[in-house]
Ligand binder design. Structure first.
Ligand SMILES: *[C@@H]1O[C@H](CO)[C@@H](O)[C@H](O)[C@H]1NC(C)=O
Ligand SMILES: *[C@@H]1O[C@H](CO)[C@@H](O)[C@H](O)[C@H]1NC(C)=O
Ligand SMILES: *[C@@H]1O[C@H](CO)[C@@H](O)[C@H](O)[C@H]1NC(C)=O
Ligand SMILES: *[C@@H]1O[C@H](CO)[C@@H](O)[C@H](O)[C@H]1NC(C)=O
Ligand SMILES: *[C@@H]1O[C@H](CO)[C@@H](O)[C@H](O)[C@H]1NC(C)=O
Ligand SMILES: *[C@@H]1O[C@H](CO)[C@@H](O)[C@H](O)[C@H]1NC(C)=O
Length: 936
């Protein structure tokens, strides 16, 4: 009984218990004044030496001075009879009044601590101690409690040898201590037979030593999470039959879950999430009759929740998301709606392949506060018994195939609901015009539900709502003025993709709004001044018009925190105002497809954070945009296509824009040559300068475009964090919540060059063939001469080649037939001669691809002279089939690629990618994911 209680408290409340004991001791010792001994001289000295090595910015150890009674010093506790220091408790406490970093202790742990020979309890956790743990701590043979955790991974140890002397140790927490070099950690800890608690979370551990059984057989708490074992669960774990807390989260564990896990029948908390376990979901879970918390999310399990799990009557949290669960929802509810339903507070089934209907049994879960069934394939209507979930706070049905109508009856008893997400289903929300909901929501997402045609008036009652998405909801109405006035309550607001009309009133409130998305509606009129502190404003695809100077130049004395401003596809006109000085934090600016005129204002130079600028399809003129942007050294994308910019491409372009990935200057009036310095743009992936008046030769240094030489499909997009949302830089698909990162762009994988319709002359440089990752090369409508480079077949990813309308001569190189992905080829209107190489690939192209030359062979009449036709094996290797990115297909004009893939491409991305990001995010944001996304 007692042991049971202890283990419940041991993890978090242990400190509290000790503090209470201490207070009592002190009181008693004062009332029995005569028996009080006071501090021992040598121990006072040891404490002072310890202090000497520390920096203590907030003077927490102010009492540690002089030759006073060290038993009364902060954090020091002595034995009331002997006067020996028995406890040293310097844990940094968040709850303390001015809890900030400055009240942590910094510095090394002085070895003098070993003079506190009677120390039982040592806690230095949550500070900023650094360096090696002094091995002299091994002399503290009375130590029962040692906590050095969470010192910012700045403490380390290379073998933990000293720890084997601490034979009385019961509680050991070294979480966040760097033990990556301590390969013998387990053998040394194994000589601690009294251990009850062992926490080694995030220690950089990579090995388990060979060991059958653990000596610490009384262990009740084991935490090995956030390590990198790449191994099975070692068998000694299954002998720890007293364990009630086992955390193996994110530890790179693999293999099936062994049956022997079922021996751990005392478990109350079991976390196996984010590993690579690959069995079916084991039956042995049902042995854990005391289990309260079970998480297996993010593994490679297959199959179903076993029926035997209906026995887990004490379960409060059950997280089984992203594990390939392939089961009928009806069956899952049958299993869980028995005694499991009694206590369950959290059920997370998201990200699986669950199918079938949501049945009335869902109403059994009386204590459920969190229900996540998002990202499955659940069909049919939402049952009315949902209304019985009177404890529910967080409901997520998003990304399923639910249909039918959701009405106020569903919500009648959901008085505690805070967060409701029904987005991406086929649901209709139909409520009475005067409905006053029983809840106060904080977050509501009805994206792609049918909400309209009227603006939902019931939102007026939701005073705590800060996160609202009713995009693509068929709302065809004006935004009521009460709603505009309530704007300041929102952090994120998305009303995009409706048919909302009317004008935007001046928004003169001064609160903060992280993201305001009104794009793809029918808003008209002028863009008014907005005094909100907005980080991201999306107004693209509306019918807004007029000058933007009222908006842009308002409040010229205050700097704006806008990071993303998207105004493309409206009817704005006039010159771009010279007011960019106050917008210096802008990262993404899109003014494309409007009617702006004049040149880029000089104040744009201030935009040093700018990474993506789109100004295409306007009537902008003046000297090349590079001049006004020369200080924007972080620029990664510049799309200035279809304007009237004139002038040369400056030589300094290469050094000023080292990060440039996408450069699109199609259809302008640039002239002069492509300077050699241009090749310094080594990150370039998409380069389009077609339809200008450039001349001279194509620089040989083109092989410097190293991103076009190899394609790393592991390469992730640049993520951009905006509040708790994630944006992908190049297309800026706004990500709704942590799990949508799959909608990142694949633009990052496109490699293309378009120099067509200029006056380039000379030969196609041989060096171009080293751009093996290039997928599209268009050199048509120039004055190029000479032969097609012999080694053209080396560009193995090539999908589209257009060399038409030049003066190329000689034969078509045979190596071209090894381009297995080639789907577009145009060599027409040159002076090519000889036989067209015969291969199935080339034969697929019709005669128009070759006309206007002197060619023979299929598709033209046979040649009179026959040539040897080497097979593809003479060209490049045959391994082209292992193409990683088979789902994408680049054969359109470049402008189209940029536009199309930016918008639609993201939706086509496959699951593999999603998992990649999943891992990535978890690595960095695991806590936030749980704390913010779900269980906030
Ligand atoms: C000394 O402290 C112990 C607990 O640590 C307590 O049981 C005992 O009563 C105390 N004795 C005196 C004389 O204060
Ligand atoms: C303390 O520990 C160190 C290293 O473990 C050892 O060399 C030394 O003899 C010990 N000193 C005492 C006083 O026990
Ligand atoms: C711990 O167990 C191992 C066997 O696994 C044994 O050889 C060793 O002596 C034990 N050590 C202690 C200190 O009990
Ligand atoms: C653990 O389970 C296995 C079989 O499942 C059994 O043979 C063994 O005796 C059990 N061990 C303990 C310590 O209960
Ligand atoms: C809501 O609660 C009331 C009272 O507990 C109950 O009578 C009613 O049936 C519940 N409504 C629904 C839809 O479950
Ligand atoms: C819901 O979808 C099913 C098919 O999945 C269909 O049979 C049913 O008619 C739909 N119900 C509504 C209300 O649209």
């Amino acid at each position: 009984m007692k042991a049971d209680m202890m283990s419940t408290f041991v993890s978090f409340f242990f400190f509290e218990l000790i503090i209470v004991t201490v207070t009592i001791n002190v009181n008693i010792s004062f009332s029995n004044g005569s028996s009080y001994v006071g501090c021992i001289q040598s121990e006072r000295q040891a404490l002072l030496s310890f202090k000497q090595d520390l920096t203590d910015p907030s003077n927490r150890l102010a009492s540690w001075v002089g030759d006073g009674d060290c038993c009364k010093w902060t954090g020091v506790v002595c034995n009331n009879l002997t006067g020996h220091v028995v406890e040293l408790n310097l844990q940094y406490r968040w709850e303390s009044a001015d809890a900030d970093e400055m009240s942590m202790l910094f510095g090394k742990i002085n070895p003098s601590l070993h003079n506190l020979k009677h120390l039982i309890h040592l806690d230095l956790s949550l500070n900023n101690f650094e360096g090696m743990i002094p091995p002299q701590l091994g002399n503290l043979s009375n130590l029962q409690f040692l906590n050095l955790s969470y010192n910012s991974y700045e403490l380390y140890d290379e073998n933990l040898l000293w720890i084997s002397n601490l034979s009385s140790l019961k509680h050991l927490d070294l979480s966040d201590v760097d033990l990556s070099k301590a390969s013998n950690w387990l053998l040394n800890i194994n000589s601690l037979p009294s251990l009850v608690l062992l926490r080694l979370k995030h220690c950089g551990l990579q090995h388990f030593s060979q060991m059958q059984n653990a000596n610490f057989s009384s262990l009740t708490t084991l935490d090995l999470s956030f390590n990198d074992f790449n191994f099975f669960i070692p068998s000694w774990v299954f002998g720890l039959i007293h364990l009630d807390f086992l955390d193996l989260n994110f530890a790179s564990l693999e293999g099936p879950i062994p049956y022997r896990l079922g021996n751990l029948t005392s478990l109350k908390h079991l976390d196996l999430s984010l590993n690579h376990f690959n069995s079916s979901i084991p039956n042995c879970f049902s042995n854990f009759s005391r289990l309260e918390y079970l998480s297996v999310r993010g593994n490679n399990f297959q199959g179903k929740i076993p029926r035997s799990m209906e026995r887990l009557c004490n379960l409060r949290s059950f997280v089984i998301s992203n594990v390939n669960l392939n089961q009928n929802m009806t069956e899952i509810l049958e299993i869980l709606s028995g005694c499991v339903a009694n206590r369950l507070e959290l059920l997370d089934l998201s990200g699986n392949q669950i199918f079938g209907h949501l049945t009335g049994e869902v109403g059994q879960f009386k204590n459920l506060e969190f229900l996540y069934i998002d990202e499955n394939s659940i069909v049919g209507p939402i049952p009315h018994s949902l209304g019985k979930l009177s404890s529910i706070k967080y409901l997520d049905f998003s990304f399923n195939k639910l249909n039918g109508t959701v009405s106020e009856n569903h919500f009648a008893n959901l008085t505690r609901l805070k967060d409701f997400d029904a987005s991406q289903n086929l649901l209709t929300l139909k409520v009475n015009f005067y409905w006053v909901p029983p809840f106060q929501l904080e977050s509501l997402n009805l994206r792609s539900c049918l909400v309209g045609p009227h603006f939902p008036l019931w939102l007026r009652s939701q005073k705590s709502l800060y996160d609202l998405d009713i995009s693509n909801a068929k709302i065809s109405d004006v935004i009521p003025s009460w709603f505009w006035k309530s704007l300041s309550q929102f952090t994120n607001l998305n009303l995009s993709h409706n048919q909302i009309y009317g004008e935007i009133p001046p928004l003169t409130d001064t609160s903060h709004i992280s993201s305001l998305d009104l794009s793809s509606n029918k808003l008209s009129g002028l863009l008014p001044p907005i005094t909100f502190d907005v980080n991201a404003l999306f107004l693209s695809n509306n019918a807004l018009s007029g000058s933007i100077s009222q908006f842009l130049c308002f409040g010229v004395n205050e700097s704006k925190s806008m990071e993303i401003l998207k105004l493309e596809n409206n009817f704005f006109f006039g010159e771009l105002p010279d007011c960019w000085r106050i917008w210096q934090y802008i990262v993404v600016l899109n003014l494309g497809n409007n009617k702006f005129t004049g040149s880029l204002p000089t104040s744009m130079r201030i935009l040093s954070s700018l990474r993506s600028l789109t100004i295409h399809k306007n009537s902008l003129s003046g000297i090349t945009p590079f001049v006004s942007l020369q200080n924007c050294s972080n620029l990664e994308k510049l799309d200035a296509a279809e304007n009237q910019f004139v002038g040369y491409i400056p030589r300094w372009i290469g050094e000023r824009f080292p990060s440039m990935k996408i450069l699109d200057l199609r259809s302008n009036k640039l002239h002069g040559i492509l300077p050699v310095e241009f090749c310094h743009l080594a990150s370039l992936q998409i380069f389009d300068i077609s339809y200008n008046n450039l001349s001279g030769s194509i620089p040989r240094c083109i092989y410097n475009f190293s991103k076009m030489v190899t394609l790393n499909s592991q390469e992730t997009n640049d993520m951009y964090y905006l509040g708790n949302r994630i944006l992908v830089l190049q297309d800026l698909f706004l990500v709704r919540k942590g799990i949508d990162y799959e909608y990142s762009t694949i633009l990052n994988l496109v490699r293309a060059i378009d120099l067509s319709s200029n006056n380039f002359s000379g030969e196609i440089p041989r060096e171009v063939t080293s751009l093996a990752a290039l997928q599209s090369l268009n050199l048509s409508h120039n004055s190029l001469t000479g032969r097609i480079p012999e080694n053209v077949g080396a560009m193995r990813d090539m999908e589209s080649i257009d060399f038409s309308s030049n003066q190329l001569s000689g034969e078509i190189p045979h190596s071209i037939s090894s381009l297995t992905f080639l789907s577009q080829l145009n060599l027409s209107n040159n002076n090519l001669s000889g036989k067209i190489p015969s291969s199935t690939q080339i034969q697929g192209f019709d005669a128009s691809c070759f006309t206007g030359n002197d060619l023979c062979g299929s598709p033209f009449p046979n040649c009179t002279v026959t040539f040897e036709t080497p097979g593809p094996e003479n060209g490049v290797g045959k391994d082209g089939n292992e193409h990683e990115v088979d789902w994408f297909y680049v054969s359109m004009a470049l402008g189209f690629i940029v536009g199309f893939w930016g918008l639609v491409g993201p939706l086509l991305i496959n699951r593999k990618w999603r998992y990649m990001y999943y891992g990535f995010l978890d690595r960095l944001w695991d806590k936030i994911y749980f704390a913010v996304r779900k269980y906030r």
